[in-house]
Design a protein around this ligand. Structure first.
Ligand code: ADP
Ligand code: ASP
Ligand code: MG
Length: 399
């Protein structure tokens, strides 16, 4: 018995039957004597459909208006879910971010949470209501609505759990936990009983969308007990925590892929000090987020620098570089995927990179760029090789 925050993703509340099923999970938790705060995402593909609608009107809609539009999705699902719970004879109330007091900065479409004022939430809990919060949204200092970035309802749930010192935050979704790779794409993917915050953070950042990376960051910072579980089957999910049992410690914890990435190269730069400094200062000043960087060895007095950015930033970055580097060739490639392996175990084991490269060689996949850190290795490959590469890497380490 205690306070439990439960978050339900879009597919879990996609239609009336699913909403009723979710209401059943919530009321069962309430009947067991817990206080329950629920966070919901928009139903099914609502957010994508709303984005399409905006693009029918404008090629480049204002981010403020986009947030105004997209937050309607969560307002629909939270009110419907409250109605379903009331139909079952339980006291429920739906609240938007304005009402439950979640403030954010003003970075529309990707705002960061600033604070949660627990007054209203505590008041509703005191009167034994089941609270249904619209996820993914915040209110900025101008009293405007913001959104927290795609997948942001996970972050709402963890932030509320942290603010109210909840005993547990459960993320209910359409799979029954975190797997060693996307279980919809890799047939031998295995469910993990538990995973560390650090490994989950890497996996989420590198493309495993089962949890939004910011939610994991917050959970680690505030020590929120987090569990990923299924909306469809009642069984233990995956626990995300500071440390896991040594028995579970594997060389590699998981494989992730990300295709929201494109590669840009500036060719024929002078092979003198300061060129990289100049280039990346320009990108920084223009708020371009750079991921992997590769510089070729200088030859005949020139060198090339390549780097990756998100697909959304590619066009503007190429235009900027063509303007500022008229003497150089600027080329770009969009059909690329970043495939990564993550695992704390690789810190103390030699030969992990070689094994990864062998797995790619075995399926004839060429590597374009490589990047490593303490607990991950990423490679950039042609998108057409993505499925074969992920499967081969997964099976080499985890099958
Ligand atoms: P929700 O709508 O509930 O937020 P998401 O679609 O955001 O759900 O996340 C769940 C999906 O994440 C799963 O359907 C699965 O395909 C995908 N996924 C990617 N990598 C993993 C992984 N390592 N473990 C589990 N699911 C993963
Ligand atoms: N509805 C939002 C999205 O689709 C937020 C979320 O689902 O977490 O990204
Ligand atoms: Mg999600």
């Amino acid at each position: 018995m205690g306070l439990i925050v439960q978050k339900f993703g879009g597919s879990s509340v996609a239609d009336a039957d699913k909403i009723r099923r979710v209401a059943g999970i919530i009321t069962k938790t309430y009947d067991a004597g817990n206080d329950v705060i629920v966070v919901v995402s928009a139903q099914g593909d609502t957010t994508d459909d709303l984005i399409d609608k905006a693009h029918e009107i404008s090629k480049n809609p204002s981010r403020r208006e986009m947030d105004m539009l997209l937050t309607t999705g969560e307002q629909i699902s939270c009110s419907l879910l409250a109605m379903a719970i009331q139909e079952m004879g339980y006291p429920a109330i739906s609240l938007t971010a304005w009402q439950y007091g979640l403030t954010s900065d003003s970075n529309y479409s990707n705002a960061r949470i600033k604070s949660i004022n627990d007054e209203r939430l505590s008041k509703e809990l005191d009167s034994h209501k089941i609270i249904i919060c619209a996820g993914f949204q915040g209110i900025n200092k101008y009293d405007d609505i913001t959104t927290l970035g795609r997948g942001g309802s996970d972050t709402t749930a963890v932030a509320i759990a942290a603010a109210l010192k909840a005993d547990l935050c459960q993320i209910y979704t359409d799979v029954d936990g975190v797997y060693t790779a996307d279980p919809r794409k890799v047939k031998n993917a295995k469910k993990l009983e538990e995973i560390t915050y650090d490994e989950m953070l890497e996996l989420a950042t590198l493309g495993a969308q089962v949890l939004c990376n910011r939610s994991v960051e917050l959970a680690k910072k505030y020590g929120v007990k987090l569990e990923v579980c299924s909306s469809y089957e009642q069984k233990p999910g995956t626990k995300v925590k500071e440390e896991v049992k040594t028995l579970e410690k594997m060389l590699i914890t998981g494989v992730a892929k990300d295709n929201d990435i494109s590669r840009i190269s500036v060719l024929g730069l002078k092979d003198v000090p300061g060129e990289a400094f100049k280039l990346f200062t320009l990108l920084g000043q223009n708020k371009v987020n750079v991921d992997i960087i590769l510089q070729s060895i200088g030859r005949d007095g020139t060198k090339d620098i390549s780097f990756t950015v998100s697909k959304a930033q590619m066009r503007n970055t190429v235009d900027l570089l063509r303007e500022k580097y008229p003497e150089n060739k600027v080329i770009h490639e969009e059909n690329i995927t970043k495939v990564s392996i993550v695992g704390a175990g690789m810190q103390s084991n030699a030969g992990v990179a070689a094994k990864l490269f062998e797995a790619l060689y075995n399926v004839g996949v060429n590597i374009q760029m490589i990047s490593t850190s303490e607990i991950k290795i990423s490679v950039l490959i042609d998108s057409k090789d993505e499925a074969a590469a992920v499967e081969s890497i997964h099976d080499a380490f985890l099958a």
